[in-house]
Design a protein around this ligand. Structure first.
Ligand SMILES: NC(=O)c1ccc[n+]([C@@H]2O[C@H](COP(=O)([O-])OP(=O)(O)OC[C@H]3O[C@@H](n4cnc5c(N)ncnc54)[C@H](O)[C@@H]3O)[C@@H](O)[C@H]2O)c1
Length: 259
């Protein structure tokens, strides 16, 4: 059987290809042979370095910089085969205290949180379509368990990792954008699927052992995820192993949302 997971020759754009999950996604995509264009904030933290990974700095909250990424790819590569929407930013994306109560959540945080999550995913899909529609392609939107179920405020306490209202609302929107996109882009043979990650705490959150244990306890497998466990789903959806999948949501959450 041919290797249906092989990504050799594919131009894969990862929006937010650094950090906790982005680095692992880029690693998986590059190790299956893709040419990966990894776009993210300029940072010295976690980044994957391989010959077939090209890093591009951009701040997506600046709409000109966001648009310039797609202009550059059009000029240098002429197409995108796979788009991974991994980045999220914006007002009210975590923190503690009363500002997280709905009654105190201000308009600026609301608009910033929705724009940096759902809005960014929409803008990136819209910009990628002209570069994909001639040959077809695959769009992979990174959602969250909190787009499916609500955070349980009881486990967060003063951990500082509280999830604001905009986060889950945006991720639920990302799941619907995925279905809408799948329905309307099928005519170009562009598939649109989502991945719903569960708890993948970063180093800072892991250092809070009490809180990490509460996260682990919410899963059926009784542990949190490690970022490389995103690799299987991302390669599946990027590759020809999923040519009959569109509009779907692949859940990688240790069972968090299944009970
Ligand atoms: N870590 C988790 O437990 C978890 C769970 C569910 C869903 N997710 C989702 O997975 C994705 C990645 O999460 P993570 O934990 O790896 O986050 P992270 O903060 O470690 O990485 C975020 C990435 O987005 C990029 N980014 C952020 N703001 C940007 C901006 N303004 N311009 C350009 N790039 C920007 C960063 O450079 C980085 O590459 C997010 O969409 C997140 O909502 C994460």
């Amino acid at each position: 059987m041919e290797n249906i997971f092989d990504l050799t020759g594919k131009i894969v754009l990862v929006m937010g290809g650094s950090g906790n999950l982005g680095t692992a996604e880029v690693d998986a995509l590059a190790s299956f042979g893709a040419t990966v264009l990894s776009v993210h904030l300029h940072e010295d933290g976690l980044v994957e370095t391989r010959d077939n990974v090209i890093h591009i700095d951009a701040d997506f909250s600046n709409k000109e910089e966001h648009a310039a990424v797609f202009e550059r790819i059009k000029k240098e590569y002429g197409r995108i085969d796979v788009l991974v929407n991994n980045a999220a930013y914006g007002g009210g994306s975590g923190g503690k205290g009363l500002a997280l109560e709905i009654e105190n959540f201000d308009d600026e945080s609301w608009l910033g949180g929705v724009e940096g999550n759902l809005g960014l995913t929409f803008r990136s899909m819209r910009a990628a379509i002209p570069l994909m529609k001639e040959k077809g392609g695959s769009i992979v939107n990174i959602a969250s368990m909190y787009g499916v179920v609500s955070p349980d405020p009881g486990i967060y306490g003063d951990s500082g990792s509280n999830s604001p209202v905009t986060y889950g609302v945006s991720k639920a929107g990302v799941l619907q954008l995925t279905r809408y996109g799948a329905a309307h882009l099928a005519k170009y043979n562009i598939r649109v699927n989502a991945i719903t990650p569960g708890p993948f705490p970063n180093e800072r959150t892991l250092a809070n052992k009490e809180f990490s244990a509460k996260l682990a306890d919410k899963t059926m497998l009784k542990r949190v995820g490690t970022s490389k466990e995103m690799g299987g789903a991302i390669v599946l959806l990027a590759s020809d192993a999923s040519t009959f999948m569109t509009g779907s949501n692949v859940t990688v959450d240790g069972g968090w949302t299944a009970w």
